[in-house]
Design a protein around this ligand. Structure first.
Ligand SMILES: *[C@@H]1O[C@H](CO)[C@@H](O)[C@H](O)[C@H]1NC(C)=O
Ligand SMILES: *[C@@H]1O[C@H](CO)[C@@H](O)[C@H](O)[C@H]1NC(C)=O
Ligand SMILES: *[C@@H]1O[C@H](CO)[C@@H](O)[C@H](O)[C@H]1NC(C)=O
Ligand SMILES: *[C@@H]1O[C@H](CO)[C@@H](O)[C@H](O)[C@H]1NC(C)=O
Ligand SMILES: *[C@@H]1O[C@H](CO)[C@@H](O)[C@H](O)[C@H]1NC(C)=O
Ligand SMILES: *[C@@H]1O[C@H](CO)[C@@H](O)[C@H](O)[C@H]1NC(C)=O
Length: 291
């Protein structure tokens, strides 16, 4: 904390000198060719707290990054102003041929519950969309006694035909999408047929998943998801960085709509809130900040 304050207080020129003289502990920041940005990190002292601790799994040829605190596998740490993309579950029902070809570890039966309650992570409401694929299908994000959030699709005239809106999201026919509320931490997707009258509906492969809307927006064929083991899911995070520690000259922080109850007084910031000012580069959350 002292180091952080001292560096923040230094002039830009002095900070640059300092950076040149201190060799970067680059080895702690990378897992294979995935570079891990603060507050995430592999070694003690590199991550902010245990929630952001990572593991580098080098069992396979392409190392993968894992977040043990929430049992999530990282696909990508995007820009600092973005969130972290992890592998998200796909719920299916009916006859999904592609699922049978998969390894025995994944099946349509496996639990698709992701529970982030108590952690600083949440499903990004800004980035993700909930998607249900199938005709006459009801897909729900989570179900508790008071709330049923999801979407329902119709069958449309042509089997499997999908209508797209300008943003690349499917409309009610054979596929539907909805956004999620800010602060969502429990994902337990379910998918079911709305009526059993038509034989072809009952056996149809139906899917429900929460996924990065940008990824989904350019996906050409939603049926491709049938053969996937996971979808990219964006998580936002909060942490108790004090706003005062950010150098206003180099860093700007806004208020993220990913937070359920954004309070102008909160000392907590989310991953989507702070960014380097124009002409500065770096990681705003890192003690070295933007230079
Ligand atoms: C890492 O590098 C290898 C070899 O250049 C490449 O095949 C692989 O796709 C890269 N992985 C990522 C996550 O960028
Ligand atoms: C990963 O993040 C980088 C940096 O933002 C971005 O350029 C790249 O497209 C991302 N890769 C994937 C597969 O999303
Ligand atoms: C899935 O669940 C059903 C019913 O519980 C069971 O009959 C079936 O064997 C399970 N399939 C797998 C692959 O575990
Ligand atoms: C999620 O985890 C919290 C805290 O561990 C627990 O109280 C809650 O029941 C869990 N929710 C579900 C749906 O499992
Ligand atoms: C953030 O929380 C940690 C642990 O609870 C505490 O040690 C630290 O002082 C807090 N930092 C700020 C800026 O509030
Ligand atoms: C917000 O912070 C200001 C200055 O620290 C304080 O005077 C005010 O009471 C705070 N408001 C709330 C709602 O906490």
């Amino acid at each position: 904390m002292t180091v952080k304050l001292v560096i923040t207080a230094l002039s830009l020129m002095f900070t640059l000198l300092l950076l040149e003289n201190i060799p970067q502990a680059k080895a702690h920041l990378d897992c294979g060719n995935i570079s891990i940005p603060y507050p995430f990190g592999l070694a003690p002292g590199c991550y902010k707290d245990d929630w952001f601790k990572n593991e580098c799994n080098k069992i396979t040829n392409t190392p993968t990054v894992f977040i043990p605190s929430i049992k999530a596998e990282v696909l990508n740490f995007s820009d600092y102003k973005e969130s972290v993309t992890v592998k998200g579950p796909i719920k299916s029902s009916g006859n999904c041929p592609a699922w049978k070809r998969r390894s025995s570890t994944s099946s349509s039966n496996s639990s698709t519950l992701v529970n982030l309650t108590g952690s600083p992570f949440m499903f990004s409401s800004v980035s993700n969309r909930f998607i249900a694929v199938g005709c006459n299908t009801l897909g729900t994000i989570t179900e508790d006694a008071t709330l049923l959030i999801g979407c329902r699709s119709t069958c449309g005239k042509e089997r499997g035909a999908i209508e797209w809106d300008d943003a690349g999201f499917c409309q009610a026919q054979n596929c539907c999408t909805t956004s999620v509320q800010a602060g969502l931490q429990v994902l337990n997707p379910s998918v079911q047929s709305l009526h059993k009258g038509r034989e072809d509906d009952e056996d149809e492969c139906k899917l429900a998943f929460l996924a990065d809307g940008e990824w989904f927006g350019v996906l050409e064929d939603v049926r491709k998801v049938e053969g996937m083991e996971y979808v990219p899911l964006k998580l936002a995070w909060v942490s108790n960085f004090s706003r005062d520690t950010f150098d206003q000259e180099t860093v700007s922080c806004g208020y993220s709509s990913d937070l359920m109850n954004p309070s102008p007084n909160t000392s907590v910031v989310t991953a989507t809130e702070c960014a380097c000012n124009p002409n500065y580069q770096g990681n705003p959350y890192d003690p070295q900040g933007c230079t």
